[in-house]
Ligand binder design. Structure first.
Ligand SMILES: [Zn+2]
Length: 141
């Protein structure tokens, strides 16, 4: 998956609190998260899916070794009409990223765009991805 500026035209709804896809399905639409004190990062096409950043970015791995590279892990939740109202979780690893990076949330916005593009195309996501070079790569687990 590579970044494609046209994604923004198809994924009309960005960073909302009330989900147009859930409201379209007759559900309340208020998206809850594990951490409410961070910016809302969410995407939807208004009908078939939503995807959102579920928790604050975390250092990865959690147990630090002196020679371990800096990584950040992101937990996203998504819901697609292909699987009813089930919420699925996935993790995206950002290599060479730091939690105190000023542009971190801009990077997360790009990741959300790519996840939304993938949901538009395939209806589902893998459970683990790595983001580098503006592309998402699914990792075997
Ligand atoms: Zn929704």
């Amino acid at each position: 998956m590579k970044y494609d500026p046209q994604i923004e035209e198809h994924v009309a709804h960005r960073n909302f609190n009330l989900c147009p896809h859930c409201i379209h399905r007759g559900e309340p639409g208020l998206l809850s998260r594990l951490c409410e004190s961070m910016p809302m990062i969410s995407r939807s096409d208004g009908k078939t899916f939503h995807v959102l950043l579920a928790d604050r970015p975390l250092a990865y791995p959690q147990e630090r070794h002196s020679d371990a590279p800096d990584c950040v892990s992101l937990c996203f939740w998504y819901c697609h009409i292909a699987t009813g109202s089930t919420t699925h979780a996935l993790v995206v690893i950002l290599p060479q990223a730091r939690l105190d990076q000023p542009v971190l949330f801009r990077v997360i916005d790009s990741v959300a765009d790519l996840l939304a593009a993938e949901l538009l195309r395939t209806n589902h996501l893998a459970s683990l991805y790595q983001f580098s070079g503006n592309a998402l790569r699914s990792l075997a687990h």
